[in-house]
Design a protein around this ligand. Structure first.
Ligand code: ATP
Ligand code: MG
Length: 723
C-alpha cells in the first residue's frame, strides 16, 4: 500500500495528479472544458481526507450549483469509501453564506431565524418603498431598481458605497436613499435578499476580526470550482477567508476555472479574478490541463475553432484521445420554424431511444427560457419524459407560494410580506381597507403585521366582520406556532393548510387547474419529508434548487445554456442558432466586442457539454407576438470548421425536410443553402437584415428580459446562482 498510489489517484494524468497532490499553498488550475477540473477538486478533497490532513468540517468547498455540491459529496464518498455526511461547508456561495449569516445574524442586525426573500418579494417591497416616497412606480419601475440593487450587491457595495452617478440614475437622485430605506426595511422584517447572503458576511468579517479569525482557524483547505464566474463580492468574501493578515502562513486555496467559459459577466462576474489570483496569492502553483476526456475529436475541434474567434483569451490548447472513425461530425440542421424544430428534435430523440440510448443522456440547451415551451409542448404530445432544470419551477406556482407563505409566517412571525400574501387567501372579508389598517398599525407601533392584526382584533377600530376574521387568523397562527415544537413539520403543514381553509378553497374551485393544484400541494407536503425541520425546508426552497425534479425518471433534460455549465451529456441539442437569439440581440446592441464574445463563450460552453453527438438547429422563421418574422442563421454557424461539421440533409428521416416546400412555402435558408459553412460566403447577416426583422428582435429581447429578470435573484439557480 505504501509503495503504490491509492486507487483514486491511479486514473489521473500527471498534471491532474500534481493538482491533487499539491495540497499546501495556493493552487490555480486553469484549463479548458472537460479536462477534469471538477474531477481534480473532488479527488483533492478525497486525498486531503484520506491523508488525515483535515476533518471534513475543516474544508470549505464552493461549487456552482447545489446539484454539483450533492454530486461532489457522493463522489467523494465513493473515493474515500465511506459516506461523507459531514461536509458542512460544501455548497454554493449562497448556501455557505446563509449558513455563516445564521451563526452571526445579530452582527448584521438580524435574528438567526431571518427570512430569505425571493425576487417577487423583493420587487413587492421595493414597490411599497417607491410609493411611500410618493414616486410613480410606472416611471420608476421596481424591477429596474431591484436589478440595480442586485448589481451593487454583486460588487459588494452598500448604500454608502455606491457611485454618485449610480445614485442619481434612479428616481431623480433618490437612488441611495431608496437603497438605504430598502436595507432598513429588510432589517425590520428580519429578512435579507440573496445579495445580502454574501454582503452581510463580508461586512461582518471586516468589522469583527475575531469572527474572521475563527473561520481562518476552522478552514484548513479552501476549494473553488468555476472560478472564472466569481463576481466581485464573492471574490472579496473568498479573499477575506483565504488571506491571513499578518501571519506568515499561506492559505491552502485551490481554484479551478476556464476563462473561455466565463458567461456571467452580465451578472457581475469578473474574469479578471483569474488574472488577479497570482497577484493576491504570491507563489501560487499554476497548473494547466490540456487533455480533454469528455468529447470526440469532432466536437472538440468544432468548439476550439469557434472560441478561437475571441480576442483577449488566456489561450489554451486542448486535445483528445477520443477519436473513432465512426464518430459523428457535428450536425447542423435547418427547420422552417420553431414548431418544426421541436418536432424534428423530438423525432431524433425517439430514434436514439429506439437504438437503446437513455433519455437521461440527452439534453436540449436553449439560449433563452422562452424557447423551452415549444419543446415541452411537443414532448407532452409525444409522451416523452422530460425535466426542466432551472426553468419555471414547482416552487414558483401560485398554490405553492401561498402555502409557503403560511409556513413562513409560522416559522418567522415578522415576515410581513408572507403575511400580506395570505391574510385574505382564502377570502375572509378582509378588504384593502382592513389590510391598510393592519399596515398602518404595524408601522406606527413598529411591530410585525401579524402582531398588529392580533391587536386590531381586540380593538373596536374595525367592523365586526373583519374583526372576527382577524381574530381567527391571529388565533390560528398562535396555535400553529405553538405546535411547531411538538408536531412533525409535515403534519403541521397539513394541519395549516386544512385549518386555514386553503385546501378547501381549491377543493371548491371549479376551474380546470384546481385538481392539479391540489396535487401540487400534496407533492409539497411530500417534499417536506426530506427535511428535518420546517426551517431547513424553507431555507432549501429559498435557495430554490433544481432538486424538485424526479431524478430517478429517465428523461430528457431541458435547460438554459447558462445553467448547463459543468455538466455533460452523451447527446446535446442546441436549438435556435439564429442572429438576434444567439448571439442575443442585446449583446449585439452593446456594440463592443465584449457582449459578443460572452455570447461566443456561451456557445463554447454549449458545444463542450456533448460527449458523442451534437446537433445544432436554426429556423428560418419565428413567431413573435403572433407575427411571423424571418430570421438569419447565427454567425456562430459560420465559425464552425467545415472539417468537423456536417449539414444534415433532410428528406428521409424527417419527412420532406430541407429541400423546400413546407405547405407550399419556400425555405429561403434551407439546408442545401447552408453548405457554404466556413466558405467565403460569410455573413448572411448583413445581407438579409431588414428593419422589420430588427423590430421583431427587439420585441423578443424584451420577452427574454422578462424571463431573465424573474431569475436574476438566484439563481440560478441562484441560484444557487445556480443555475
Ligand atoms: P468543465 O470545464 O466543463 O467543468 P471539467 O474540466 O470540470 O469540465 P470534468 O467534468 O472534471 O471536467 O471531467 C470531464 C469528464 O472527463 C468527466 O466525465 C470525468 O470523469 C472525465 N475525466 C476527467 N479526468 C479523467 C481521467 N484522468 N481519466 C478518465 N476520465 C477522466
Ligand atoms: Mg467542471
Amino acid at each position: 500500500r505504501n509503495a503504490s498510489a491509492p486507487d483514486y489517484l491511479k486514473g489521473l494524468n500527471a498534471e491532474q495528479r500534481q493538482a491533487v497532490e499539491t495540497t499546501e499553498g495556493p493552487v490555480l488550475v486553469l484549463a479548458g472544458a472537460g479536462t477534469g477540473k471538477t474531477r481534480v477538486l473532488t479527488t483533492r478533497i478525497a486525498h486531503i481526507l484520506s491523508l488525515g490532513r483535515a476533518y471534513p468540517s475543516q474544508i470549505l468547498a464552493v461549487t456552482f450549483t447545489n446539484k454539483a455540491a450533492r454530486e461532489m459529496k457522493q463522489r467523494i464518498g465513493l473515493l474515500v469509501g465511506e459516506a461523507i455526511e459531514g461536509m458542512p461547508w460544501l455548497g454554493t456561495f449562497h448556501s455557505i453564506g446563509v449558513k455563516m449569516l445564521r451563526r452571526h445574524a445579530e452582527l448584521a442586525g438580524l435574528r438567526s431565524d431571518f427570512t430569505i426573500l425571493d425576487t417577487d418579494d423583493v420587487i413587492r417591497l421595493i414597490k411599497q418603498l417607491i410609493q411611500a416616497e410618493g414616486l410613480d412606480d410606472k416611471r420608476w419601475p421596481p424591477r429596474q431598481f431591484a436589478m440595480m440593487i442586485d448589481t451593487w450587491k454583486n460588487k459588494g457595495l452598500g448604500p454608502a458605497d455606491i457611485p454618485e452617478g449610480d445614485a442619481r440614475a434612479f428616481a431623480n437622485g433618490k437612488g441611495r436613499e431608496l437603497y438605504k430605506a430598502y436595507q432598513d426595511r429588510l432589517q425590520t422584517l428580519n429578512a435579507c435578499d440573496f445579495g445580502d447572503l454574501l454582503c452581510h458576511p463580508i461586512r461582518i468579517f471586516r468589522a469583527h476580526p475575531d469572527v474572521l479569525k475563527e473561520y481562518h482557524r476552522r478552514f484548513k483547505y479552501i476549494l473553488v470550482d468555476e472560478y472564472q464566474d466569481t463576481n466581485t463580492a464573492q471574490y472579496m468574501w473568498l479573499r477575506l477567508l483565504a488571506q491571513e493578515t499578518g501571519g506568515s502562513a499561506q492559505k491552502n486555496i485551490c481554484c479551478v476555472g476556464d476563462d473561455d467559459q466565463s458567461i456571467y459577466g452580465w451578472r457581475g462576474a469578473e474574469v479578471d479574478n483569474i488574472l488577479r489570483f497570482e497577484k493576491d496569492f504570491p507563489g501560487a502553483t499554476v497548473i494547466r490541463l490540456e487533455r480533454n476526456y469528455r468529447s470526440t475529436a469532432h466536437i472538440l475541434g468544432a468548439a476550439s475553432h469557434l472560441i478561437a474567434h475571441n480576442e483577449g483569451r488566456l489561450g489554451k490548447t486542448l486535445f483528445t484521445d477520443i477519436a473513432d472513425p465512426d464518430d459523428a461530425k457535428v450536425n447542423v440542421h435547418a427547420a422552417w420554424d420553431s414548431e418544426e424544430e421541436a418536432r424534428a428534435v423530438g423525432e431524433e430523440i425517439e430514434q436514439l431511444q429506439r437504438k437503446g440510448h437513455a433519455l437521461n443522456d440527452m439534453a436540449i440547451l436553449v439560449r433563452a427560457s422562452f424557447q423551452m415551451r415549444e419543446f415541452e409542448d411537443r414532448f407532452v404530445t409525444l409522451g416523452l419524459n422530460y425535466r426542466v432544470v432551472g426553468g419555471p419551477r414547482f416552487y414558483e406556482r401560485q398554490e405553492i407560494r401561498d402555502a409557503m407563505a403560511y409556513f413562513r409566517v409560522v416559522a418567522q412571525p415578522a415576515d410581513d410580506l408572507a403575511f400580506e400574501r395570505i391574510v385574505n387567501v382564502p377570502k375572509r372579508g378582509l378588504g384593502e381597507a382592513a389590510v391598510r389598517q393592519i399596515h398602518d398599525t404595524a408601522r406606527a407601533l413598529r411591530i410585525p403585521m401579524l402582531e398588529a392584526a392580533a391587536k386590531l382584533a381586540e380593538s373596536d377600530e374595525l367592523k365586526p366582520k373583519p374583526r372576527a376574521a382577524l381574530r381567527a387568523v391571529a388565533a390560528n397562527f398562535e396555535r400553529w406556532q405553538k405546535a411547531l415544537d411538538n408536531t412533525s413539520h409535515t403534519e403541521l403543514a397539513e394541519i395549516i393548510l386544512e385549518e386555514s381553509g386553503y385546501t378547501d378553497m381549491w377543493k371548491n374551485d371549479r376551474s380546470a387547474e384546481a385538481p392539479g393544484r391540489l396535487e401540487n400541494l400534496k407533492e409539497l407536503i411530500r417534499s417536506m419529508e426530506d427535511y428535518e425541520s420546517l426551517r431547513s425546508f424553507l431555507e432549501h426552497v429559498a435557495l430554490v434548487m433544481d432538486s424538485e425534479q424526479n431524478e430517478e425518471l429517465d428523461a430528457v433534460t431541458i435547460m438554459t445554456l447558462h445553467s448547463a455549465k459543468g455538466l455533460e451529456f452523451e447527446t446535446v441539442f442546441l436549438p435556435g442558432w439564429e442572429e438576434g437569439l444567439f448571439p442575443h440581440q442585446r449583446s449585439l446592441d452593446e456594440g463592443g466586442r465584449s457582449g459578443l464574445e460572452e455570447e461566443r463563450r456561451l456557445a463554447y460552453v454549449g458545444l463542450t457539454r456533448a460527449k458523442k453527438n451534437l446537433h445544432i438547429w436554426f429556423v428560418s422563421n419565428r413567431r413573435i407576438h403572433g407575427l411571423w418574422q424571418s430570421t438569419i442563421p447565427s454567425r456562430f454557424l459560420d465559425e464552425l470548421p467545415e472539417a468537423h461539421v456536417e449539414v444534415a440533409e433532410g428528406g428521409d428521416s424527417y419527412g420532406g425536410y430541407g429541400g423546400g416546400g413546407y405547405g407550399g412555402r419556400q425555405n429561403p435558408y434551407g439546408a442545401s443553402r447552408f453548405d457554404s459553412i466556413g466558405s467565403d460566403q460569410r455573413s448572411f447577416s448583413n445581407t438579409y437584415a431588414t428593419p422589420g426583422w430588427q423590430r421583431a428582435q427587439q420585441n423578443r429581447n424584451e420577452a427574454t428580459d422578462r424571463n431573465w429578470g424573474s431569475r436574476s435573484g438566484h439563481h440560478v439557480e441562484r441560484i444557487g446562482y445556480g443555475e
